[in-house]
Structures are given as C-alpha cells and as structure tokens.
Ligand binder design. Structure first.
Ligand SMILES: Nc1ncnc2c1ncn2[C@@H]1O[C@H](COP(=O)(O)OP(=O)(O)OP(=O)(O)O)[C@@H](O)[C@H]1O
Ligand SMILES: [Mg+2]
Length: 272
C-alpha cells in the first residue's frame, strides 16, 4: 500500500478511521484549573513565547468560550472571529493572527451571543479548526476556561498533555483535585502535570505538589507529575497592565525564569 499523505491521514483522523501518526503533527497541550483566576492565561501565553524562542512553531488557542482574554493581554484586536469561520466567510488559516516572538494565536469569541446560544457547535468547530492546523505546528497550546463543566473538559480531553494549574490556597487545591478526578474518570490515561502558581518559594511549590499527589494516590490510585512552580511575582500584574507578556517585558524576573525552565523540560521530554 502507498504511503498516505498528511492531508489523507488528517481526514482519516477526523473521520475517526485511524489514529494520527503523532510525530508528524503538533503536540496538543491544554492548560486548565479547577478554580478560576489562578493564572492559566498568563502562564500559557508566556509558555508559548518561551517555546517559540526555542525555535518551535507554536499556535496558542484561546478556548475559553466564556471570558477569553489572550487578545486583551496582548492588546490585539483580531479581525475575524469563530463566527466568521462558522459562516464560511473565512478559512481556518485566516482566523490565526500573529503574536509576539513568532507565536500564532487563534482568538476565541468572548461575549458573542451567537456563540453562547450554540456553544457545543462552536466548541466542535474550534476543535476541528485546530485539529486541521495540527500539521502546520510543533505545539498547539490551548487555554481553557476554569472548572469541570463540559465546556472546558472537551478541550482538555482533546490534548496529549494536560497542565493543571493551582495556587497554594486550599480552595484552589480542592478544586484542582476535583478537576484531576474528573479527568481520570473521563480520559483513558491522561498525562496530567501540575503547575503550582503564586508560591512563596520553590519549597512551598514542592510541598503543595506532594500534598496533591498524595491525595491523588490515596483516593484514585494514580499519580500526577510536577511540571513546575511559578513564584508570586509583581512583574506579572505590571506586565498585564501594559499588555505586554511578562517574559518579554521582564525577561530576567523569577517568573520568567520558571516559565523558561518549564518550557525546556517539556521540550526535553519530547526529544527523549
Ligand atoms: N505568579 C504570579 N504572581 C503575581 N500575580 C500573578 C501571578 N500569576 C497570575 N497573576 C495575576 O493573577 C491574575 C489572574 O491571572 P490569569 O488571568 O492568568 O488567570 P486565569 O486562570 O486565566 O483566570 P480565568 O479563570 O478568569 O481565565 C492576573 O491579573 C495576573 O496579574
Ligand atoms: Mg484565563
């Protein structure tokens, strides 16, 4: 039998006939959290830039259908929305806009009433759109909404690697555990990695990770990995106000160093 072309493979994958040959297509990494406001969007945007700086072709998807804000963090005003794609007015490629340091961005449709009314349809359209673009990138990073509703879980389940972010606060930890439990229930063997944000020290990050991993081992008989710790860093809110990613505005800050470390370990892991 002749070798399939990438587009044939992709079609078969979308039709559900055949699994993708992973090494030829972008790896999908989703960021999620139980509790909202724990730092997902800032983390994933800066991680995308750190990976791009290292020569990877990165597409960042804003899949928070409720309150997306990657465009706000960057001060960009995308010309097209997912609604335009659904109406066949544009191609998938036209939905992608250029971001800093060579990253590509697919913005969401925050506050669009049509999207809100037909959310499942739009959600599937977005998943189809980035599945189609898998052949063009090394990594596709997906920012999802917080919480265990179907709205964000479907995006998370489409990923090869899942990053669950939490802070040391008990409420965030409890919600992160609830999210991990749902992921183990819904996915076959999810690759779940914890990011501890807003930690006072590296040690605190490790302690929180160990605590969550112990709960996961005890109640679910599974384990989660520790992707890394981001300290509380005032350069982050400063950068948010200026609409410049902190890894660009304050490249030598402690938060930037932790993002670079996490990017390096993800890339290293994928090389092995
Ligand atoms: N390590 C940190 N140090 C200091 N401030 C931080 C840190 N991480 C995030 N923040 C601040 O926390 C706020 C929330 O971050 P962000 O918007 O990234 O969270 P989110 O999880 O995406 O929220 P949502 O669930 O609403 O999408 C931001 O305004 C940012 O300034
Ligand atoms: Mg967010």
């Amino acid at each position: 039998m002749k070798n399939n072309t990438q587009s044939q493979q992709l079609k078969q994958y979308i039709d559900g006939d055949k699994p993708l040959k992973k090494n030829k297509f972008a790896k999908l990494i989703a960021i999620t959290s139980g509790k909202g406001g724990v730092g997902k969007t800032n983390f994933i945007l800066n991680l995308a830039i750190a990976m791009s700086i290292r020569g990877k072709k990165v597409l960042l998807i804003d899949a928070d259908m409720n309150l997306s804000n990657i465009d706000v963090l960057l001060g960009i005003y995308p010309q097209y929305t997912l609604s335009n794609l659904m109406d066949d007015l544009i191609t998938v490629e036209q939905l992608v806009v250029e971001g800093p340091r060579g990253i590509s961005i697919m913005p969401a449709s925050s506050g669009d009433l049509m999207v809100m009314k037909n959310i499942k349809e739009y959600q599937q359209a977005l998943i189809n759109a980035y599945t189609e673009l898998r052949k063009d990138y090394d990594y596709i990073l997906i920012d999802t909404g917080a919480g265990i509703s179907d709205l964000s879980i479907d995006f998370v389940l489409s990923a090869d690697k899942i990053l669950v972010i939490t802070t040391p606060e008990p409420t965030a930890i409890t919600d992160a555990y609830a999210m991990i439990k749902v992921l183990y229930y819904r996915a076959k063997s999810p690759d779940i990695n914890l990011v501890i944000n807003l930690a006072q020290t590296e040690e605190e990050g490790k302690t929180i990770y160990n605590k969550i991993n112990l709960i996961v081992q005890h109640f679910l008989n599974k384990t989660v990995a520790h992707a890394g710790t981001i300290p509380l860093d005032k350069s982050i809110p400063e950068a948010v106000k200026e609409q410049v990613p902190f890894i660009i505005k304050r490249p030598r800050s402690v938060a930037s160093a932790s993002i670079h470390n996490i990017a390096v370990s993800i890339l290293k892991e994928d090389k092995e």
